[in-house]
Design a protein around this ligand. Structure first.
Ligand code: NAD
Length: 484
């Protein structure tokens, strides 16, 4: 008898329990060898006052099984609650979120009949680090963190994934025309790694046109690799274009574990009605079975599912009187898949997963970049300052304080306002004041910055943040203000 694979299952919120029940029924009927540990996550746990949405005992299960089949959960908006999805992805070090988006033309209505793309989304950093601050009455901040190692890991994974799955092209999507340092690092890393895969075609697109092209001509894409936020947005676009957000499953892959889920959320608007499409979670479960090496069961389920779709048994989200033969509830759709277990689709090409289709991609150890010659060149001090006149008043006050460091510019949310500026900046309360060496030849020291901050606080000004200005190997490693 095959040894059962231990997995952790969470039924989630909203439509989660409805689609998970159907998914587990199909897995059981297909003969998946699973030892299921059930945990509770999400709304009920938040309501018990656990702000992370997950109890310690559930972590024990995840650490033991290292394989998580998760239904969507409702993330409370605002407040002190962290997104559990993000917490789990980061805590289990699930760096790659893989989202295949395929159209099932002509049996599911779509404007894009030949779409077959996979989005590989970075899962651990970017604006999703969730590091946010209110700094003044008027301004809040979210930090975007992109690392060289994080970029290399996801980009290498995308190329390895393309190679393992006989995919021909990898497209990088970023916004490095605007975020020249963060997205610039991601794009440069892509260009560097791409050289190691000469057999794979590569290109880069700015996210705005990239998203537009995914909506209008997704057939030009094969594998897309991108940062966390862009990946989230473009994969919903891609899923919707393929027919419904309810169709796509995803895997979250790490070195020490994996999580499988639908790409959609808990859909509170249709929860409890028994009409949700369970296909996203079922497709995620197929990915899980492949990951666990149960490729034959994965193949049986995928073929039965394709047969159900081509037979026109459709849930409401993809129901179309011209194409569908039956409007199925969630459980009726599950029963239709179970009925077809062992059958092959006759119109779609049946899938055949070999043992080698277990997508265990071996990743090399990714090392920190070599240390560079790092030189302190100045400091940006952000001030909360308002209602005291024109910015010249602030500049005069700051110039009087400085000694070893000189005030070189002031900007308002990135727009230069002092010295001479043609910009018509709104009189706000958030000012970035840049100080550099008074004598260009002399080095800047931390001690000078501390003395400057001391002088600023003694003068009654409110500094809300400081950011040191460095060069690395002689290259300036900070941006200048717009208009500078
Ligand atoms: P959503 O994906 O839940 O729903 C968007 C739209 O798609 C709704 O009209 C919904 O009815 C429809 N839809 C979604 N899944 C469907 C399915 N399987 N069958 C048929 N129709 C489906 O997005 P939302 O409304 O923005 O978010 C609802 C909640 O889900 C929020 O709390 C959000 O934070 C959470 N969420 C969770 C996850 C996750 O757990 N991985 C992902 C995204 C959103």
């Amino acid at each position: 008898m095959t040894k059962k694979s231990p997995i952790t299952v969470a039924h989630g919120d909203g439509i989660g329990p409805e689609i998970m029940a159907v998914t587990l029924d199909v897995l059981k009927a297909a003969g998946a060898e699973l030892e299921i540990e059930t945990i509770e996550i999400g709304e009920k746990v938040y309501k018990r006052g656990v702000v992370s949405g997950i109890e310690d005992s559930s972590w024990e299960s995840l650490n033991r099984t290292k394989c998580f089949l998760k239904a969507p959960i409702t993330t409370p908006q605002g407040g002190g609650f962290k997104s559990l999805n993000v917490t789990v992805r980061k805590s289990m070090a699930l760096f790659a979120n893989v989202r295949p988006c395929v159209s099932y033309h002509p049996y599911v209505r779509t404007t894009q009949p030949t779409m077959d793309m996979v989005i590989v989304r970075e899962n651990e950093e970017d604006l999703y680090a969730g590091i946010e601050y209110q700094q003044t009455d008027n301004v809040v901040q979210c930090l975007k963190l992109i690392s060289s190692t994080g970029s290399e890991r996801i980009i290498r994974y995308a190329f390895e994934f393309a190679r393992a799955n006989q995919r021909k092209k990898v497209t990088c999507i970023s916004k490095d025309n605007i975020m020249k340092m963060t997205d610039g690092l991601f794009h440069k890393t892509f260009d560097r790694i791409a050289k190691e895969y000469p057999g794979i075609e590569t290109n880069h697109m700015i996210v705005d046109i990239g998203a537009a092209k995914i909506a209008a001509s997704p057939h030009i894409f094969d594998v897309v690799v991108t940062e966390n936020l862009y990946g989230d947005i473009i994969s919903d676009i891609a899923a919707e274009v393929s027919g419904s957000v309810g169709l796509c499953g995803s895997s979250n892959i790490g070195q020490h574990g994996a999580m499988f889920e639908a790409i959609h959320g808990s859909a509170p608007d249709i929860s409890g009605k028994g009409i949700a499409n369970p296909s996203g979670l079922l497709n995620a479960a197929v990915m899980m079975l492949q990951h666990l090496g149960q490729t034959k069961v994965a193949e049986t389920i995928q073929n039965a599912w394709l047969k159900t779709i081509e037979d026109g048994v459709h849930t409401g989200d993809i129901f179309n009187p011209q194409l569908s033969t039956r409007r199925a509830s969630t459980s009726e759709f599950g029963a239709a898949v179970i009925e077809r277990l062992g059958q092959l689709p006759t119109k779609f090409k049946p899938v055949a997963f070999g043992e080698s289709d277990v997508p265990h991609i071996q990743m090399p150890d990714i090392k920190l970049p070599k240390p560079a010659a790092k030189k302190l060149e100045g400091v940006d001090i952000f001030l909360d300052w308002r209602d005291k006149g024109a910015v010249e008043v602030l500049a005069t006050e700051l110039k009087a304080l400085t000694n070893a460091l000189k005030l070189s510019s002031i900007d308002s949310r990135g727009l230069l306002v002092w010295p001479a500026s043609k910009a018509k900046a709104e009189m706000g309360d958030h000012w970035r004041c840049r100080f550099t060496a008074a004598n260009d030849a002399s080095p800047v020291t931390h001690d000078q910055i501390i003395r400057l901050l001391d002088a600023i606080q003694k003068s009654g000004l409110d500094f809300i943040k400081t950011e040191n200005l460095y060069s690395f190997d002689g290259v300036r490693a900070y941006t200048v203000a717009q208009g500078q």
